[in-house]
Design a protein around this ligand. Sequence first.
Ligand code: ZN
Length: 325
Amino acid sequence: MSNQGPRWFEQRKDFVSTWRPDDAEASGTEGDHPDLFTRCPSCSEPLFNETLTAQLWVCHLCGHHFRISAVERLRGLCDDPPSVVVHDADLGSVDALGFVDSKPYPERILSSRKKTGRNDAFISLAGEVGGVDVELGAFDFAYLGGSMGSVVGEMITRLYERALERRVPAIVISASGGARMQEGVLSLMQMAKTCAALARLQGAGLPYISLLTHPTTGGVAASFAMLGDVILAEPGALIGFAGPRVIRETIGEELPEGFQTAEYLLEHGLIDRIVPRAEVKPTIVRLLRQFLDLPPVAPVQLTQPGLRSAAQPLEKPDPTPPGRG
Ligand SMILES: [Zn+2]
């Protein structure tokens, strides 16, 4: 267990005022002022960064959900971000297979570490959400496309194991290209390992909420991400196993419109609900408290979920232990 100190969130470079989502980068055109506004990749309208930040990086014109960082997501979800305990941040991947594609795997690890400031593509925390103690984590898509290698698999497994040990709910926010090809079968076995730990958690009657964000694909979609007691997804998120081109070429047929979007999956019964970003925290809090038979919190306390400061903590948890049985 490692706690990186009370100001961990504030120290992250993601939170300086110039922070922009990575999917905004490609949308800028010459003459744009990225420090002032960002062009929406969906409706092409220029949007003031200040407005976007206030609206949790959701376009107020067309509803496009920009990709936000793992830290931003966790910060939006935790009641009191400075008080969270960070787990397993010291774990780092090794190049067990001596894998080289267009460049050696160790070089990719090094550049991802420099880019994101962390050792691998997942952040694992213990904190409170809506006054409920939880173990939660989020994928960092900026680190090798949020791919799951041995370290990410181990961190998620430990997250479920800690939740079981403490008898608290688990929450995982996915944004991943799937298993990490540079670790070959070592990546693929993480699917079985994480699912085995999750089965023990669910067998003990403890709730697990999975939030799927754009994109959740490959071995992550094919394992724990789709095994939530409740599976939530952000609007428009791409969710699937293989990419549409691979499927199209394999089956030799055109794919239906909207294939592999959150909306398509909801229509076909694969996920439980699509939740706009501003509703993510209130929805998760409501679910957690229903699962644990706790009284609901006043809606007014949940109206500013994403970038709310810790100045107004939610009500303290009920003294009864949160485990259900
Ligand atoms: Zn838009």
